[in-house]
Design a protein around this ligand. Structure first.
Ligand SMILES: Nc1ncnc2c1ncn2[C@@H]1O[C@H](COP(=O)(O)OP(=O)(O)OP(=O)(O)O)[C@@H](O)[C@H]1O
Length: 268
């Protein structure tokens, strides 16, 4: 029996017990153990009165890397938007860990090109929420900023204008801004799309280190090899959770073919 939690399983009383239970590592979901992470309980959400996510339930653990995968239009960005609080739910409940607002890192293509700010300033902005209305940073804030620039391999670009960077360099700056927020939940929307291997590795290492520090480190990805390296995986299709659990249990030939509609071409 697969240990991945399927939508059918979620609709049973078992799944409800797991979600409200006090032991996220136990039972058939194989969710990595650790402090409570993000819980979505029967969540529907969308835009302009039309639901994109429909009755989505998921348990995203802290101290682990979670990959959200699925075909175009499946609702992956909407799901992290719901967790970040930028997309409103129409029903259901989202429960977050106690420490502050999730850090949401959008794709670099969603950020205006002509912002007249440097890479260091972009990363510093990630500390503003910790420093009140005057936003005067302290020495430890500057240290966190330097550390994030180093971790993403962009320390040498710190004085450059964001607008003068390549797409991959810009993406690294945005991920660094997400890291310095030190939130219990880090949400990256397709952070490695179109990036070279060094940038992909830097971002993967940053996700891993955040998870090791106890964060629920979540990324949306189209790359199934990236998803396979995660600790936990949520497969969405048509706004619903098809399967959730360990990547090797979720990303089987059958679930992938079914979610992407490939079974049609394979006579299944
Ligand atoms: N701001 C918006 N206003 C209206 N509809 C939206 C908005 N954002 C997304 N949608 C719609 O919601 C659906 C799901 O979009 P979403 O971006 O969540 O999917 P996704 O799985 O992230 O897709 P992709 O892999 O193509 O990025 C799509 O049909 C999309 O057109």
């Amino acid at each position: 029996m697969t240990q991945a939690r399927t939508q059918a399983a979620q609709e049973t009383g078992d799944a409800a017990d797991e979600r409200t239970g006090s032991s996220p590592g136990a039972g058939p979901t194989a969710v990595p153990s650790g402090p409570a992470g993000v819980m979505l309980d029967d969540v529907s959400a969308g835009y302009d009165g039309a639901d994109v996510l429909q009755n989505v339930s998921a348990l995203i653990p802290r101290g682990a890397v979670t990959a959200i995968v699925g075909p175009n239009g499946a609702g992956k960005s909407t799901m992290i938007g719901v967790i970040a609080g930028v997309v409103r739910t129409t029903s259901g409940r989202v429960t977050l860990p106690p420490k502050g607002r999730p850090a949401l890192v959008v794709q670099h293509s969603g950020v205006p090109d002509q912002l007249p700010i440097t890479v260091r300033e972009v990363v510093r902005m990630g500390r503003w929420a910790h420093r009140g209305p005057w936003r005067r940073l302290r020495r430890d804030d500057h240290r966190l900023v330097d550390d994030a620039l180093d971790r993403l391999g962009i320390a040498d670009l710190a004085r450059r204008r964001l607008s003068s960077l390549s797409g991959g360099q810009r993406q690294r700056a945005l991920v660094a801004q997400g890291l310095v927020q030190h939130s219990a939940v880090l949400l990256l929307d397709e952070p490695t799309a179109g990036l070279d291997v060094a940038a992909r590795d830097a971002i993967a290492a940053a996700l891993r280190r955040s998870a090791d520090d106890g964060t629920a480190a979540v990324h949306v990805t189209h790359d199934l090899a990236d998803a396979d390296r995660a600790d936990h995986c949520v497969l969405l299709s048509g706004g619903r959770v098809v399967a959730e659990g360990r990547p090797e249990e979720v990303l089987t030939h059958d679930t992938v073919d079914h979610a992407w509609g490939l079974d049609r071409y394979r006579g299944r």
